[in-house]
Design a protein around this ligand. Structure first.
Ligand SMILES: NC(=O)c1ccc[n+]([C@@H]2O[C@H](COP(=O)([O-])OP(=O)(O)OC[C@H]3O[C@@H](n4cnc5c(N)ncnc54)[C@H](OP(=O)(O)O)[C@@H]3O)[C@@H](O)[C@H]2O)c1
Length: 292
């Protein structure tokens, strides 16, 4: 079996077009539009390239995008004050703070200071709680991208076995809950998982989500024939970007597989924009953040 590749760029393009149409309809009928504020502290290269991509995608979709760039010396309290100010601005519907942040900034406190209805990364405790209980619209973006890829296969997921390798707050943990919500039976592996058991867990999984951050960590021969394989990993090996899955072997066993690069990554920024539109709609329903 040769797996069908789950092309993140194609999926991103389809969803981007749908979002663009949705924003155009909002503009036509309500005379208003979503606004996203991105806060960057310092000039980390990875963050600079992510904000450039955010701006491009936001503007394509029709979301107003503003970058607020603070020097790396900004005091924690000044940043909090900025966020509290943005929380109370009706024209602002989404706020994202780029990571990494300098050492004087307590990232968890910063995220907690964002109004949950404007937390477009879905990392605020209120949004994480709602996600666990089901029904939250502001889901962490990478996890949302993983789910879009899985659902794009059209496979009936109910009762299927899933294994998630990695339990980070940003990827693994949200994915676990989103898979549960889709009625899969979920096993979670992490650094304390017995390596022999890890192979067993992966071997019986119909859906494998790898979010470890180690190049080709999941060997192709461990994959069950016909499994859906979602590779979240982004690892630089010499000058190449590779995933957490041994792609060349896994692709001969899986039914669907995400390539790296070009799989989960390209959709992540589109999920951020989708969250911003959801935040806009929610705030209008609640009568907050209404610009007209
Ligand atoms: N495509 C995207 O948009 C996107 C977004 C975010 C991240 N990523 C990539 O995804 C990968 C994971 O990111 P992350 O932020 O989740 O990483 P992370 O915070 O470093 O978490 C890695 C996870 O892997 C687990 N792990 C480490 N060694 C293991 C082992 N031998 N067996 C089983 N599990 C093991 C860790 O377990 P413990 O919890 O026990 O330490 C941890 O839960 C990275 O390559 C990152 O660059 C991609």
């Amino acid at each position: 079996m040769i797996a069908k590749f789950l092309d993140g760029k194609v999926l991103a393009q389809t969803i981007r077009e749908n979002l663009k149409n949705e924003v155009q309809k909002i503009k036509d009928t309500k005379g208003s539009f979503p606004t996203l504020i991105s806060i960057l502290i310092g000039n980390d290269q990875g963050s600079l390239s992510y904000v450039a991509s955010q701006k491009k995608v936001a503007e394509y979709i029709g979301i107003h995008y503003d970058l607020v760039n603070f020097p790396s010396t900004i005091a924690h309290n000044d940043l909090i004050q900025c966020i509290l100010g943005l929380n109370s601005e009706a024209r602002v519907h989404g706020i994202i703070v780029q990571k990494p942040v300098p050492s004087q900034i307590d990232y968890a406190k910063i995220i907690s200071s964002i109004d949950p209805s404007k937390d477009v990364e879905g990392m605020n405790l209120a949004n994480i709680g709602k996600m666990i209980l089901g029904g939250n619209r502001l889901v962490p973006c990478t996890a949302a991208s993983v789910m879009e890829h899985i659902q794009s296969t059209g496979v009936d997921l109910r009762g299927k076995e899933a294994v998630v390798i990695g339990r980070s707050d940003i990827v693994g943990k949200p994915v676990i809950h989103l898979l549960l919500e889709k009625n899969l039976t979920v096993t979670v592996c992490h650094s304390a998982t017995d390596p022999k058991k890890l192979i067993e867990h992966i071997g019986r999984a119909d859906v494998v989500v790898a979010a470890v951050g180690k190049p080709a960590f999941v060997k192709g021969e461990w994959i069950k024939e016909g499994a859906i394989v979602i590779d979240v990993g982004i690892n630089k090996v010499i000058s190449q970007i590779v995933g957490d899955v041994e792609f060349d072997v896994a692709k001969n066993r899986a039914s669907f597989i995400t390539p790296v690069p070009g799989g989960v990554g390209p959709l992540t920024v589109v999920m951020l924009m989708r969250n911003c539109i959801e935040a806009f709609k929610f705030q209008r329903q609640q009568g907050v953040g209404v610009t007209i």
